[in-house]
Design a protein around this ligand. Structure first.
Ligand code: F6P
Length: 323
């Protein structure tokens, strides 16, 4: 039997545990022996590698986070530590490694696959930021969107009760995907993301008119990348004349009970990863597009910049226009 391992790297996402469950079950179904690497690349360096069984994945499907832990490894940037990681994989006779992670993790995987012989690698895009080149969907995004949507809906209740403006800061690193999708689908009055230039003056005219027409509160969703939540709160107070609060959603966005969509996507991503490795598609990333799942070479994913979908951008551009 060939040995196959899996690790989680970078920010955890809801759906990773569903992926681990599928990994163990599908590995056995394919005649492979599954291994877990605890704590991502850090664990790979420290040889925290162990054989996994059905009991390890029992009851985890409904839990966010990752049972095998994750890490952001600075040591992995150094070749000597990567050599240690490869030696550790070889000491367990591991022939395949699946990496769940975001762009930083894929940069690490690319280096590892360049430097190791005889080990096949497959990446599964897993980040709430949805900012991986080559794939329109990353594991965990749907759950994060729903957590944010739920939070905005709740904030709207208190915003309307107090006649306040709320500036809600949303994660996404340098990408505005989470902010834009949740602003649109929650009916937010303002959305500021790094991909779309904005003029606060345009909002001013529009908001003043809305107040004259009877509006009593505002919801603004802003991307963490802009780092301007406090500034926007001040703007609401001074320019619009409404009491305002800032709400940084923070790490709550990364957790929670995974949605049906993320559990389902986890199963598909892992199935494609294992099938691809067995077919010789190594150094690849399982990607998703309107046409379904596909494989991309790691060189076409790591170090490439993801761009927002045109339709989403078009909808986002309508923010700040006089209505
Ligand atoms: O990449 C996922 C992410 O949650 C980003 O949205 C956020 O900027 C970052 O990780 C936070 O990182 P950390 O958990 O290390 O504070």
């Amino acid at each position: 039997m060939k040995n196959i391992a899996i690790l989680c790297s970078g920010g955890d996402v809801s759906g990773m545990n569903a992926a681990l469950k599928r990994f163990v079950e599908y590995s056995f179904a394919k005649g492979l022996t599954p291994y877990f690497v605890d704590h991502g690349y850090e664990g790979l360096i420290d040889n925290k590698i162990y054989q996994a069984g059905y009991s390890d994945v029992a009851g985890i499907i409904s839990r966010g986070g990752t049972k095998i832990h994750t890490s952001r490894s600075k040591r992995f940037m150094e070749k000597a530590y990567r050599k240690q990681a490869i030696d550790n994989l070889k000491s367990h006779n591991i022939e395949y490694l699946i990496v769940l992670g975001g762009d930083g993790s894929f940069k690490g995987m690319q280096k590892l696959s360049d430097e190791s012989e005889g080990i096949g690698f497959s990446g599964i895009p897993s980040t709430i930021d949805n900012d991986i080149a080559g794939t329109s969907y990353c594991l965990g995004v749907d759950t994060a969107l729903n957590v944010i949507k739920f939070s905005i809906d709740s904030i709207r209740d208190t915003a309307s009760s107090f006649s306040r403006a709320f500036v809600i800061e949303v994660m996404g690193r340098r990408c505005g995907y989470l902010a834009l999708v949740t602003a649109l689908t929650s009916g937010a009055e303002m959305c500021l993301v790094p991909e779309i230039p904005y003029e606060l003056d345009n909002y001013k005219k529009c908001f003043k008119k809305q107040i004259d027409d009877g509006r009593e509160y505002f919801i603004a969703v802003v991307s963490e990348a802009l780092n301007n939540s406090e500034e926007i709160v001040q703007w609401f107070e001074k320019e619009i004349g409404i009491e305002s609060r800032v709400m940084v959603l923070g790490h709550i966005q990364r957790g929670g009970n995974p949605t049906v969509h993320d559990r389902h996507m986890a199963f598909n991503f892992v199935t494609y990863a294992i099938d691809g490795l067995l077919e010789g598609k190594t150094s690849s990333v399982v990607c998703f597009s309107d046409c379904g799942f596909n494989y991309k070479h790691i060189d076409d994913v790591a170090f490439k910049k993801a761009v927002l979908d045109n339709d989403l951008l078009k909808l986002g551009m309508e923010y700040g226009k006089n209505k």
